[in-house]
Design a protein around this ligand. Structure first.
Ligand SMILES: [Zn+2]
Length: 897
């Protein structure tokens, strides 16, 4: 397998000025005529002459010409990876070719393929080479004009990027459409869709008064489920104008919903293609969480029009340039819309349960990797979510005003071109330099966030001098080794902290000079919690001295990492009483939630290792009881403060405590703690359930917190054996709110009771003809933790409604199994073996989905000896199968020493 390295990047020898395509679609094949206008790249003039490489995969070349003169590929010029012209003309020239392709048998879902009779495309990252011969690299932007021809009956709708400039009839019942995209773009942003589609349309008037036509294209019958997506799009467009001053630039914007799709969605210029589960939704067919996710993904893809499309990536090592930044933008949009703190907590929980785990395993990589074999393997939470955290830190360090000036500078500098992560940071640095005081940190050092993998750890020790009222903090930072990176350098870490006094009030934080150098600090606005201070940690060791505090025996409670100001882990011995105090009084909602999470993690780890920490659990019951009774909290805040940490996070916590994680024991601990809380807090839980019911019928986003709290009470109450709640949950599954139905299913999920069986059957009966919804049923069935799990999963894979070519279905069943701790992690290794066989089979059809799934076997080293050996065996079996480049890269990373 060839390794691609950032260090090998060279500008392309030729630019492409135009890409003209004619795509003829037929019932069993497609013909693609391409004309590419090349000219020597002045930016590569200093380099020695290079051959012209046109990538091409599974293309049958039927004709090739240079400036209209037929060209017979010479010896070694045509291979399975494409076409390499050894002596291309050293002047502008036109290369034309015709290829035949087979979209109908393309199960990889890359390039041009057919999904449920619909022709569709996915070109990011390297799918365009499955459509025609092309350099197919992101730094080559060209203007596209595309003519599509197809049968009018089977493909009445013909869509492509840009503006439709001509349509007409052809012989034999065929027709055509010509699309012209005035904005030069890289080939990965090309998209084409043809088929039978219904259309929902609306308009959007931009800030400067232009009317944009918005169209949503869905499978026939799905029109009733498009209103939410359309409204989300309009809100997202308005927000980008208001916050970033960025307007849409074409006269039309199209979204197509496709059932068979490897990813969530794709930001192709003016023709976004979405996994249908991220478009089709209303209150009856989607949960509150799904509605919010759809809104954020629609915003995300739309925001790419500027951060991704107008300014694109120079090479795939810069993927986070567009993804990290666009995730940051969509998170800011969701925060503005639904409340910053709860949104932040959701994102932090997600980061801890996915990205931190990736950072600690064999596939750890930096936000800007420096080598890959299959770029598809790098669409990771590190590139997306950690990339967003890095941008958030810049925002925190620079402040809103400077950050926005830097964004404007970045856009004005790089619009219409391909840029690098460093170009982005440079714009930030230049904007900061214009401030009167300059930046409070070193940008060169900050850039290490892009190059060092692993989650940094802040180890904090404190010394309290109660007689003088002085608190000294000794902060050490280090980043653990990751594959290929044994040693790490100190990073710039914005640490936001505050102090909470004995009466629960925030204390002003006076920082005295420190040794060996005083770190930069700044007070922050109250949105960060009262009396918060930003401290820039940029050395391996930092000492801080806080003076003027109340003279008392106990130190004030230390609130750390407010708003989760940096993607790091903390090591600090804070006694339970201090965390309980923070859980009750911290004015920063994120740090407050986090204090509770730490207590809950401790209680769960104790249970998983066979000892119930009765004193801690009693304190937790009291603290949670106070939260349930606190009239100043919303139902959503209560539900969030009471939510239990995820299993992935618990596995990490076990490792940090020096124990081999035992996933079935952790799962059992969660069940047991739910049962305990459900019993001990029965009265206040039932009282709040009563209060929340009235709000359940309200339409999203109203009533969301009440439904969330209802779901939590069901889960805990049912775990505690409350029959009346089992019946209520079952009724909800039969009701009209998808949110309540799914909370009901989730609450019953782990209990082998007649109500669960009835709920599952009712849900299936009702939604069996709606694949988007039925996937959630597949996932629940595959993750049921009782009975013969593998037999049940085998049956699901043979189920008449299971679609092996739909990644959503595959992820539902196999992902459901992977999240089923007792089955997947069965001590005899049967779950691992089963999964390895399934991944090998899936890899034959769809390498992208298979290689992502293969990462569920990546943590074999972290389990106890028995599981570790069994997971390793499964990986070795997988390594011995015939695998795609994608899956092989992941498997070899997992097995590497
Ligand atoms: Zn994206």
């Amino acid at each position: 397998m060839a390794t691609v390295r950032l260090a090998d990047y060279r500008p392309a020898p030729y630019l492409i000025n135009r890409t003209d395509l004619t795509v003829r679609l037929f019932a069993d094949h497609a013909l693609v005529d391409a004309r590419l206008a090349f000219s020597p790249n002045p930016g590569a003039a200093d380099l020695p002459p290079q051959p012209l490489v046109l990538a091409g995969l599974n293309l049958q070349l039927e004709a090739l010409a240079i400036d209209g003169i037929p060209h017979q590929p010479g010896a070694g010029e045509l291979g399975d990876q494409g076409l390499c012209l050894n002596t291309p003309p050293q002047r502008p020239f036109e290369l034309s070719n015709r290829v035949r392709i087979d979209p109908h048998s393309n199960t990889t879902l890359e390039g041009l393929y057919v999904s449920g009779g619909l022709f569709t495309t996915q070109c990011e990252a390297e799918g365009f080479r499955r459509i025609t011969f092309h350099p197919d690299r992101p730094d080559l932007l060209s203007r596209f004009r595309v003519r599509i021809e197809a049968d009018r009956d089977t493909a009445p709708v013909l869509l492509c990027n840009g503006n439709c400039i001509e349509t007409g009839d052809l012989e034999d019942g065929r027709h055509y459409a010509i699309w012209d995209d005035p904005f030069p773009k890289p080939s990965y942003l090309f998209a084409l869709v043809a088929g039978v589609l219904d259309e929902a349309s609306d308009t959007f008037v931009t800030a400067s008064g232009r009317t944009v036509k918005l169209r949503l294209h869905v499978e026939p019958g799905d029109l009733p489920y498009t209103a939410h997506a359309m409204a989300s799009l309009q809100r997202a467009m308005r927000w980008d104008e208001q916050r970033y001053g960025l307007e849409y630039d074409l006269d039309e914007f199209n979204i197509v919903a496709v059932r068979h799709f490897n990813m969530g969605a794709m930001e192709n210029k003016s023709l976004n293609i979405f996994n249908s589960k991220l478009v089709l939704a209303d209150g009856e067919t989607a949960t509150d969480g799904e509605l919010e996710r759809i809104e954020s993904v629609i915003a995300h893809e739309y925001y790419h029009n500027w951060t991704g499309n107008r300014i694109t990536c120079r090479d795939w090592f810069q993927l986070s340039l567009k993804e990290g930044l666009t995730v940051f933008r969509d998170q800011s949009f969701s925060a503005d819309r639904h409340g910053a703190s709860l949104n932040r907590i959701d994102n932090v929980a997600m980061l801890r349960n996915t990205q931190f785990r990736e950072d600690a395993g064999p596939t750890a990589h930096p936000v800007q990797p420096d080598a890959y074999q299959a770029i598809d393997n790098f669409y990771t939470t590190t590139i997306y979510e950690k990339g967003s955290e890095v941008i958030r830190m810049l925002h925190t360090l620079l402040g809103e005003e400077t950050f926005m000036r830097a964004m404007a500078l970045y856009v004005s500098r790089h619009d219409g071109s391909a840029a690098t992560c460093d170009d982005f940071v440079q714009a930030m640095e230049d904007a900061a330099a214009e401030q009167p005081l300059g930046a409070s940190f070193d940008f060169g050092q900050f850039r290490r966030w892009y190059h060092q993998a692993g989650t940094p750890v802040l180890e904090i020790q404190r010394h309290w001098d109660g007689e003088r009222g002085e608190l000294e903090l000794h902060i050490r930072q280090h980043t653990p080794p990751t594959p290929g990176q044994p040693d790490k350098l100190p990073l710039v870490i914005p640490l936001v902290l505050g102090l909470v006094g004995q009466a629960g009030k925030a204390l002003p934080l006076e920082l005295a000079t420190a040794e060996p150098a005083t770190p930069a600090t700044a007070p922050l606005p109250p949105a960060w919690g009262h009396h918060s201070r930003l401290v820039v940690i940029d050395r391996a060791e930092t000492r801080l001295r806080c003076t003027g505090l109340p003279r008392q025996h106990h130190p004030p409670a230390l609130s750390l990492l407010r708003q989760f100001s940096a993607p790091v882990k903390l090591t600090i011995g804070r006694p339970p009483a201090e965390l309980v105090h923070l859980l009750a009084h911290d004015s920063d909602p994120v740090a407050r939630w986090d204090a509770g999470q730490q207590l809950l993690r401790r209680a769960l780890l104790a249970r998983a290792s066979g000892h119930v920490d009765g004193q801690l659990e009693d304190e937790l019951v009291d603290a949670l009881g106070r939260i349930l009774a606190d009239p100043s909290l919303s139902q959503a805040s209560r539900a969030t403060l009471l939510s239990l940490p995820g299993l992935a996070e618990l596995e990490d916590a076990a490792l940090e405590a020096g124990q081999a994680p035992d996933p079935p024991a952790l799962f059992a601990a969660v069940m047991a703690l739910q049962r305990h809380f459900g019993t001990a807090l029965r009265e206040p839980l039932l009282r709040l359930l009563d209060e929340s019911r009235d709000q359940w019928p309200l339409a999203w986003p109203q009533g969301q917190g009440d439904r969330q709290l209802g779901g939590l009470v069901w889960r805990w109450g049912i775990a505690a054996g409350m029959e009346s709640l089992m019946n209520e949950a079952l009724q909800a599954v039969r009701g009209t709110s998808m949110t309540l139905a799914r909370y009901g299913l989730a609450a019953l999920q782990n209990h082998d009771r007649p109500q669960r069986e009835a709920a599952s059957a009712a849900f299936y009966e009702r939604w069996q003809h709606k694949p988007v919804i039925l996937d959630s049923w597949f996932a629940l069935e595959a993750s049921a933790p009782f009975g013969d799990g593998l037999a049940r999963v085998s049956d699901l894979l043979e189920h008449p409604r299971y679609d092996p070519n739909a990644p959503n279905s595959v992820r539902a069943v196999l992902g459901g199994l992977a999240s089923n701790a007792p089955m997947f992690h069965a001590a005899d290794g049967s779950g691992y073996r089963f999964m390895a066989l399934q991944i090998a089979a899936l890899d034959q059809r769809n390498p992208i989905t298979a290689s992502r799934l293969a990462k569920v076997l990546s943590r074999w080293r972290s389990y106890g000896p028995e599981r570790s050996a069994a997971m390793h065996d499964a990986l070795v079996k997988l390594a011995n199968a015939t695998l795609s480049t994608n899956t092989r890269e992941v498997v070899e990373q997992c097995l590497a020493d």
